[in-house]
Design a protein around this ligand. Sequence first.
Ligand code: AMP
Length: 463
Amino acid sequence: MCGIIGIENNEDAMVLTAAGLLTLQHRGEESVGITLSGKDKMKTFKYMGLVSKIFDDEILLKKLPATTAIGHVRYTTSSKSSLTNAQPFQITCIHGNISVAHNGNITNFNEIKEMLLRKGAIFSHTSDTEILLHLMAMAKGDELTDIIASSIRKLDGAFSLVILRDKTLIGVRDKNGFRPLVLGKIGNSYILSSETPAIEVMGGKYVRDIEPGEIIVIENGEIKRSFIYEISKKKNTCIFEQVYFARPDSTMFGHTVKEARIKMGEYLALQMKDIKADIVMPVPDTGYCAAIGFSRVSNILFENGLVRNYYVGRSFIKPMQNLRDLIARFKLRPIKEVINGKEIVLIDDSIVRGTTSRRLVNILKEAGARRIHFALSCPPIINSCYYGIDTPSRSNLIAANNSIEEIRKYLDIDTLTFLTLENLIKACSFDDKKNIEEDNNFCTACFTGKYPTKIPNNICKEG
Ligand code: AMP
């Protein structure tokens, strides 16, 4: 879970990159980094915390003349949260000055690291991204695309990358297309970004998605594209981006994520057509769109009975378990007048550990809720993600270890409904007739256990 951005051939590269990163802040709040290149030598600046930290750094602000830049916001999924592991990673090697920002998880990291250590490589980070820099530094040849492609072919797993080599900007997406990466344009400059809203905020226009397995090299406003692998019809884009992670104003597969989430709510309402309730209420913020869709189809009144404190950040986003409790307690507050005496359909995107939902149910009951029907806009999460979404180990996934009825009892609610996988795929495909077997767009491993790549035995999930 990270956000990446890059811009080439633009006098305002630094400010635009910072603006883009602010728009991707939801993809990671732990650290932020930016690499600048232009008249001066390439330089990287990194900070723990929010993107706004960039604007406190007078030295960085004096570097405004940069014409090419990449940036990264980080949420740790596979290594320590620290300034050393903050990205982009910049190195100098035989192929020039190179800086890399990565979103995803390289699943054969341990195996490649072992091989590199034997060859004498020295590691200064614990992040999986560092192995790519070693592979690129050791790659033979002069052609930039060959150097990148030969390194990438050794990697398994999920990686959307923006890379800077001196003033050249490069974008890469793994062959499954797990994590998003889009291309935009502003004037004579190209932009690469995890999500489309960052391009729009920068004043640019969305051009297209980077294809799975594609490398694009951008120099002086010109693009060269090539493919690392033969193009496959089957993509494995993470469906959970649409359920939870991406911004609702992001465009994915030709529609906004908001529209997909509304559809999820509509299908949930069809699944729950026998339920009568006074109000349908979202868990802010990801539940909003699905609750609108639910209300439209069921004709149950949409109400907002929970107020979110926006200064806390996503409760999960801080990886320290001991702080999660505290954060969650003041993150959502109930509006008693809305809730008291009501039979409620409560809509959230997902149940992971179950702790947030249980706390939420308590809050609603204390505020006087009469009956609670809890509905989730995705199926039960029964498998960990090894491709960049922060899900805990299977032992901590409530649905991996309990039946739906057991979860309902644990949450102490009246009914519990998960969106079926079929309906989720229909919602994200905008195709009412789509069936699971025909789907060739999505990775659904967290719900099905069908991982599109080999998962090594020694890969472990924390927490
Ligand atoms: P839990 O208490 O573990 O069941 O948390 C469920 C809540 O966490 C839901 O409200 C989701 O919006 C949110 N959530 C789900 N997946 C993630 C994730 N990977 N990172 C952060 N938050 C998440």
